[in-house]
Design a protein around this ligand. Structure first.
Ligand code: DMJ
Length: 392
């Protein structure tokens, strides 16, 4: 039995996680079932989240305010609620949800970027740029919010491309920001390792234009989180729009390369399970500072997108292999456990099963195999926690 009311939320709760996991989950449950109770709860939660957002669209770390681990407001915190609020606005007719959080786009656009890329601590105007933690879903939502608002149509293999939208829309700046960020990623973050695989690293930016000064530098580190960028690039490259034409093939190739690197992250470990991150572009983990796997979804997400957008069966094979590895190494009597060391033949677990394992990892692996899947990327956008929302 679902509660009818959401009372107080703990001050220590993360606004970001509540938005993507709880609000996103309620909205998707409403979208798929049309049961009013889910929307009633979502509105209450949306109101509580909205109260924490400043008039500039800046979201705090927790409901009690505060900064997160980096000691600043992060890009992902303020840039990963626009999709959920756009959905709430659409179904309630109350534009205040969307208007408040979209203010963040005005705030960030006043800041300097490195070819469309912003530092995680965006208010500092310099520092770490990444498609991993604290940056990732800001970039993800630029494209997804644009698609959700009707900016463009995703074309699946063997389907007919609809006519591209004619007039420029007020929210088309989101496409421009997505496009600029994808160009920035190609220019500053892509590197081919000694193993011939394509990695997406980080960049430490001094804030100077161009990023070529002595105080800026590249970091050879790729997080598991960053694997999402494969699906993101492929999704943007599948849009029926003349603006996507020039970069389409190039970005599709990069998306496929990154998806493959993410598979190798799994394949090249003795357990067949990928670690949290690799460093210095090597998969043997001799340089990394962690060998944990905390059930992250981004590789499965990449293969799900790549399969749906290309039809290439290899992604299904990869997903199946990895699922079998999960069964072998992670299954415990009452669920699936995180692994302390993906190179060790001794199962040593962390006492942790994140909700994203069910919401994302298993969902993407299931949808990847499901021949009757109706949740297609021309009709749905997935929020960053893999909760599907129908586009129209
Ligand atoms: C998920 O909660 C979301 O995808 C988020 O954007 C970052 N990554 C985690 C799971 O790894």
């Amino acid at each position: 039995m679902l509660p009818q009311r959401i009372n107080s939320l703990p001050g220590a709760a993360s606004v970001f996680e509540t938005g993507i996991r709880s609000l996103g989950g309620l909205l998707s449950a409403y979208d798929l079932s049309k049961e009013q109770v889910f929307l009633d709860l979502a509105k209450q939660l949306g109101d509580k989240i909205l109260k924490t957002v400043s008039s500039e669209g800046v979201t705090p770390y927790t409901f009690a305010g505060r900064n997160g681990g980096m000691g600043c407001r992060s890009l992902a915190e303020s840039g990963t609620i626009q999709l959920e609020m756009a959905y709430l606005s659409r179904v309630t007719g109350n534009m205040a949800y969307s208007q408040r959080v979209d203010k963040f786009y005005e705030s960030i656009r006043k800041r300097a970027s490195l070819d469309g890329l912003y530092p995680n601590c965006w208010q500092n105007g310099r520092g770490k740029i990444t498609f991993g933690a604290d940056g990732d879903s800001f970039y993800e939502y630029l494209l997804k919010v644009w698609l959700f608002k009707g900016g463009g149509h995703v074309v699946l293999p063997n389907s007919v491309a609809p006519a591209a939208p004619g007039d420029r829309k007020p929210f088309d700046f989101l496409w421009d920001m997505f496009d600029a960020a994808a160009n920035g990623l190609e220019k500053h973050l892509v590197k081919t390792g000694r193993d011939g695989l394509v990695y997406l690293g980080n960049f430490f930016w001094s804030g100077q234009p161009g990023g070529t000064d002595g105080s800026s530098h590249y970091e050879e580190e790729m997080e598991h989180l960053t694997c999402f960028a494969s699906g993101w690039l492929a999704l943007g490259a599948s849009v029926a729009d003349p603006r996507a034409e020039a970069s389409r093939q190039r970005r599709m190739k990069l998306a496929a390369d990154v998806a493959e690197t993410c598979y190798k992250m799994y394949e090249q470990q003795p357990t067949g399970i990928a670690p949290e991150r690799v460093k210095q572009m090597t998969m043997d983990l001799s340089r990394t500072d962690t060998r944990e796997y905390i059930l992250r979804p981004e590789a499965a997400e990449a293969w799900f997108y790549m399969h749906q957008l290309t039809g290439d069966p290899r992604y299904r094979e990869w997903g199946w292999v990895v699922f079998q590895n999960f069964e072998k190494w992670l299954r415990v009597p009452h669920g699936y456990a995180s692994l302390r060391d993906v190179r060790s033949g001794t199962r040593t677990y962390l006492d942790r099963m994140e909700s994203f394992f069910l919401a994302e990892t298993l969902k993407y692996l299931f949808l990847l195999q499901d021949p009757d899947n109706k949740i297609t990327l021309d009709k749905y956008v997935f929020n960053t926690e893999a909760h599907p929302l129908s586009i129209s």
